[in-house]
Design a binder for this molecule. Structure first.
Ligand SMILES: *Cc1c(COP(=O)(O)O)cnc(C)c1O
Length: 384
């Protein structure tokens, strides 16, 4: 929640900047932790959603592991104090350097996405005199009903190993003596709000794990990835994701074998709502048919609308004037630098402070300096 006191401070700070509601992050983690402990599940935070050091520090303090998608993320996870034995590492294009560094770090699991990758990890593990623990990232051919750029589990997506490759994978694992097979990994997409997608995933997991079990392979771990969505339209009404419903769907639909461990990799659902991008109205430009509210925050600060046609709720924090329609745009020289068309905002004037809500996930971490703009700083509710 952004308080009146927060807004008074915002007025004195150079915009744009990220504002993190630390209390909300902690409340979210309290609820998340309660749910996973209830079922005995394990969680690895997907660092790519937000790798801000204070955010990582808070998440780590809840005992979560880390889910990484690059060698530098593995390095940062270790440096930030995440236990290596709780680090998982996925990615279709792991480089030689990244694989060796992760082997040396002693991570819990390489989530492997292709047969050639499995062979390369086996070779490097042999050279370093180590045993690499691997899981197979499976492409279950499920449509996550989300934007095509954040859908990862359909057969045309680049991620994971498809069922038609299973015979070859099983043969290769027999030959790879420097690998230890841990189990199966699934991550079908992001911003999934239709919980029936997870129901379907659980059913596919059962069909697919049977294949491996029938061939005598010990599937000790099932990792269901991340993907739970948040409410971008009404963030103030729904600041915490539907964790209870989500885990109840998983618990009802996933068949767990004795001794099997179940893992998750939440990203967005943990951090999205605690972050806000705070901006000033630079100009209100009145056209013949519409009004433009031109903000000082642009796509370089938060790229989701330009990249995924995503919507962020926008609120004018310093006006209680009559609601009017604006096309809300950023200052960057790209037509896709646009926060939304026909957005209802309290009457806007130059100098008004505006919040772009639900900006904690895939926001600051994707920021760049395009147009030679400054990178937005971060401020925290408990340090204001
Ligand atoms: C991005 C990603 C996640 C996190 O997804 P969210 O939708 O942010 O929860 C989890 N696992 C893998 C492998 C990912 O690539």
């Amino acid at each position: 929640m952004i308080t009146k006191e927060n807004v008074e401070v915002f007025k004195t700070i150079e915009t744009p900047f990220y504002f993190y509601d630390v209390e909300l992050l902690k409340q979210t983690l309290d609820i998340y932790k309660f749910q996973i402990d209830k079922y005995g599940y394990n969680a690895h935070y997907a660092m790519k959603a937000n790798a801000n050091d204070r955010i990582l520090e808070i998440i780590k303090s809840y005992g979560l592991g880390a889910d990484c998608v690059s060698g530098n993320e593995v390095k940062l996870a270790v440096k930030s104090g995440f236990a290596p034995e709780k680090i998982v590492y996925a990615g279709v294009g792991k480089s030689d350097k990244e694989i060796k560094a992760a082997l040396n770090a002693g991570i819990f699991s390489f989530n492997c996405e292709s047969i050639p990758e499995i062979k390369v990890i086996n070779d490097f593990a042999g050279q370093l005199g180590k045993k690499a623990k691997i899981s197979l990232r499976i492409n279950p051919d499920i449509d996550a009903h989300t934007h095509k750029y954040i859908s990862t589990g359909r057969k045309e997506d680049k991620f994971g190993i498809s069922p038609w490759m299973f015979n070859d994978v099983a043969d290769i694992l027999i030959e790879c003596h420097n690998l230890e097979f841990l189990g199966l990994h699934f991550h079908v997409g992001s911003q999934i709000t239709d919980l029936s997608v997870f129901e379907l995933t659980c059913r596919r997991v059962e069909e697919l794990q049977k294949w491996f079990i029938e061939r005598g392979m010990n599937v000790r771990n099932i990792n269901l990835g991340g993907g739970l969505g948040v409410d971008y339209n009404e963030p103030n009404e729904h600041p915490i994701a539907q964790f209870e419903e989500y885990f109840s769907v998983i618990n009802k639909n996933l068949i767990v074998r004795p001794g099997q461990k179940i893992h998750f990799e939440p990203g967005r659902a943990i951090v999205a709502q605690c972050g806000h991008l705070i901006s000033r109205v630079l100009y209100v430009k009145v056209g013949q048919k519409k009004k433009f509210a031109i903000l000082d925050a642009g796509m370089n600060d938060l790229i989701r609308p330009a990249l995924y046609q995503a919507h962020h709720d926008i609120e004018n924090l310093t006006s209680d004037g009559r609601k009017m329609r604006y096309d809300v745009v950023g200052p960057v020289c790209e037509s896709s630098d646009r926060w939304g068309n026909n957005i209802m905002l309290n009457k806007a004037e130059r100098g008004d402070i505006v919040a772009l809500h639900t900006a904690g996930a895939y926001g600051q971490v994707m920021a760049m300096k395009y147009n030679q703009r400054d990178l937005a700083k971060a401020y925290y509710s408990d340090q204001m």
